[in-house]
Design a binder for this molecule. Structure first.
Ligand code: NAP
Ligand code: ZN
Ligand code: ZN
Length: 346
């Protein structure tokens, strides 16, 4: 069976139609027809080889939702016609210490990612969800509640879990004062999720025009980060800051906003390193940490949390032919708040 897709062939080429063959349905495989695929800023970083790890041709896309069209003989979790989701992870060694703790994203052997990666054989390239269909081992496929709008659920598979996981790990809950830096795909999910967990959320944004949206999404405060007065007003205010920014910026300034023993967790991955000074860390015994997506079990927990709380992403659904334009708009911070490709248009 031929899979239709959009791919890039070099860091400077636009996404364009391409086709390839996926593997035949194995005994534990679930095949899905991709209905929607979200556009994550990580797609742009990788397409343009900003992290230095690109392999071409590359079919991006790791926010994949659709209906199951075939299952292998030993599959028990899914049947044909079910909704299913696939995020960034498609396999791991399943035996190392992190895998045993359901933290497959940190697999010591190196997990298999849904694109710009290989299967665990380290040979077979993986191609992502800007495509007509996907094939995945059932252990790495997620159950989706029919209660959730399907297009809006797609970004939960990356933007959702990437923000949910650190909020849980750092025990954000009722009474926590949370700052979210950057109101894009990840940032808007962080606001919704932290608010649903009971936190008091402040949006820290370079875009004054996003204030009303931030408040509608669940933030009770807003700080314009292009105004130095914001850093004075909110000094020492937060228990926890989640930094979702995709471009280089000064971590030190944000560290000053954290109270004693608080933490700032970086999930955004700017291509260039940023210097961090000792003083903003030693003052207030602050922690600067990072977080990478989330394991499969926690991704399912997040999807169930979203179904329970009626949370989906705010999406602009576009035909796949507009993907290059969408990338251009994301580079100008012009996304409210996730582009999702309608894969029927392929
Ligand atoms: P996005 O939708 O493009 O949003 C990024 C936001 O960052 C923008 O909307 C903007 O918000 C802010 N921003 C952009 N340029 C800035 C600058 N120069 N200075 C300050 N703020 C700036 O991107 P996304 O899809 O949410 O992804 C965000 C980052 O997370 C990317 O680097 C992506 O690769 C990374 N990511 C990491 C993981 C992980 O596991 N750690 C998973 C997924 C994605 P304002 O207009 O509000 O300032
Ligand atoms: Zn992503
Ligand atoms: Zn492992």
């Amino acid at each position: 069976m031929t899979t239709k897709a959009y791919a890039v062939t070099s860091p400077t080429s636009p996404l364009a139609p391409w086709s390839f063959e996926r593997r035949a349905v194995g005994p534990l495989d679930v095949q899905l027809e991709v209905a929607y695929c979200g556009i994550c800023h990580s797609d742009i970083h990788q397409v343009r080889n900003e992290w230095g790890n690109a392999t071409y041709p590359m079919v991006p896309g790791h926010e994949i939702v659709g209906r199951v069209t075939a299952v292998g003989a030993q599959v028990t979790k899914f049947k044909v016609g079910d909704l299913a989701g696939v995020g960034c992870l498609v396999d791991s060694c399943r035996t190392c210490a992190p895998c045993a703790r359901d933290l497959e994203q940190f697999c010591e052997k190196g997990a298999a990612f849904s694109y710009n990666s290989t299967e665990m054989d380290r040979k077979t390239p993986t191609y992502g969800g800007y495509s007509s269909d996907y094939m995945v081992d059932e252990a790495f496929a997620l159950k989706l509640s029919p209660k959730l709008d399907l297009a809006g659920a797609a970004p939960l598979l990356c933007a959702g879990i990437t923000t949910y996981s650190p909020l849980r790990h750092w025990k954000v809950g009722k009474g926590s004062k949370v700052g979210v830096v950057g109101l894009g795909g990840l940032g808007h999910m962080a606001v919704k999720l932290a608010a649903a967990m009971g936190a008091e959320v402040t949006m820290l944004s370079t875009s004054a025009a996003k204030e009303a949206d931030a408040r509608r999404l669940g933030a009770s405060g807003f700080g314009l980060t292009t105004d130095p007065a914001t850093f004075k007003r909110l000094a020492g205010h937060f228990d926890f800051i989640l930094d979702t920014v995709s471009a280089p910026h000064d971590y030190n300034a944000y560290l000053g906003l954290i109270r004693l023993d608080g933490a700032m967790v970086v999930v955004g991955v700017p291509p260039e390193p940023t210097p961090v000074a000792a003083f903003p860390l030693i003052m207030g015994r602050r922690t600067l940490a990072g977080s990478l997506i989330g394991g499969i079990q926690e991704t399912q927990e997040m999807l169930d949390f979203c179904a329970e709380h009626g949370i989906v992403s705010d999406v602009e659904v576009i035909p796949v032919q507009q993907v290059n334009e969408a990338y251009g708009r994301m580079m100008k911070n012009d996304v409210r708040y996730r582009f999702v490709l309608d894969m029927k248009t392929l």
